[in-house]
Ligand binder design. Sequence first.
Ligand code: PLP
Length: 384
Amino acid sequence: MPDQNLKLATRLIHAGVAPDPSTGAIMTPIFQTSTYVQTAPGEHKGYEYARTQNPTRAALQSALANIENGKYGLCFGSGMAATDAVAKLLQPGDEVIVSNDLYGGTYRIFTKIFANYGIVFHFIDMQDAGNIANYVNEKTKMIWVETPTNPLLNIIDIEAAAEISKAHHLLLVVDNTFASPYLQNPLDWGADIVLHSATKYLGGHSDVVHGVLIVNDAALEERLRFIQNSCGAVPGPQDCFLVLRGIKTLHVRMQRHCENGRKIAEWLRQHPKVGKVLWCGFEDHPNHAIARKQMRDFGGMISFTLKDDNINAALEVLKKTELFSLAESLGGVESLIGHPATMTHASIPQEDRIARGLSDSLIRLSVGIEDADDLIADLAQAIG
Ligand SMILES: *Cc1c(COP(=O)(O)O)cnc(C)c1O
C-alpha cells in the first residue's frame, strides 16, 4: 500500500489495491456476495455481511481516502446517498449554511426532505467567505461548500471557510465533485468532510452512479460508518470496481480536461456571438486568485451565455451540437452540453435562479477529452 508521500499519479494507480491473496489477481475482484462464512459464531475474516463490509468496496474506500489526503473513505450508492448520510449527522433545530450556487439535487434534498425534519438551511453567497460568519448562531452545526460552484463556476475560499468553521466548532463539508482530487484536496485546507459524486470525474466514463465521503477524524468516521451501515445506501461491488478502475486514469484524463477546457474557454471568449464565459482559469475571473491558491489547474467545466440572451437562442445551440451530447451529468471522457435552467437546476424556482445570476440562456459545458479542434469545430457550427 503506497504511503501518501508518493505523487498523486502513483497513488491513483496503486492506492488501496493489493494482489488478491487467493489468486494473485492484480485487479481487486468484484466480490459479488451478500454474506461470508464464519468458522464459529463471531469467528470470521473481518467480513460478516455485505451491507456492512465488502472487499471490493474496502479497496475502493482505502484508495479514495489516500488520493484525497484523508484517513477514511466511505462509499455510497450515489452522490446523493452520500449527501443524505452527512445530513443525517444533524438533528431537528440544527442550522446549516450552504453555498447558494450548487448542485440542484443538493438544494432539493435540503429544501424538500431535510427541511421537513426541522433542519434549517441558509443558502448564501460565499464568494466573500467572510459572509458565512454573518449567518452563524448558536444553532449552526455545519457549513456546506461546493466549489467550483455549479453552474456559475465561482470559487469559494475553503481555507477561509474552515477558519470560520473551526472558530465556531462546526463541521465544514466540501462537495469536491467538480474539482476532483486531481485539482484540489479540501481536507488540506481544513475541511472536515469531502464529498464526491463519483458518477462524475472519479468514475470518469459515464457508466456508474456512485458517491463518496472522505474524512480524517476517527470519531466522525465512526458516526458516518454507523449511518452508512444503518441506513444501507451502499454501492454494489461492481460499481465499486468501476470507480476503482476509473480513478487509475484520473490524472491523465484531468490533464486533458484542463487543456481542452482552456482552449475552448479562450475560443468562446473571442466569439462575437458569445456573451459571458465563466471559467475560473481566466485571470480576470472574479475569484481567480483563490482558484490559483487552492486548485492545481482549472478544469474542464465552462458556462457561457449568448449575446442574444434569450432561452430560444440557447436551445438552438443545444439542438445543433453533435460531439457535445445534450445530457445531464459531467466529468466523463465524452463532452456534454446542458441547460441548467431546464435540466440540472430545474428544481430551483425561477425567481431564485435569476436572483443568483443563473440566467435562462446559460449553457454549461463538461469538456471531455476528445480532440480540442474537433470540439471547437462542433461549437462553431452550433453557435453559427
Ligand atoms: C452529480 C452531483 C451530485 C449528486 O451525485 P449523484 O451521484 O448524481 O447522486 C452532487 N454534487 C455534485 C456537485 C454533483 O455534480
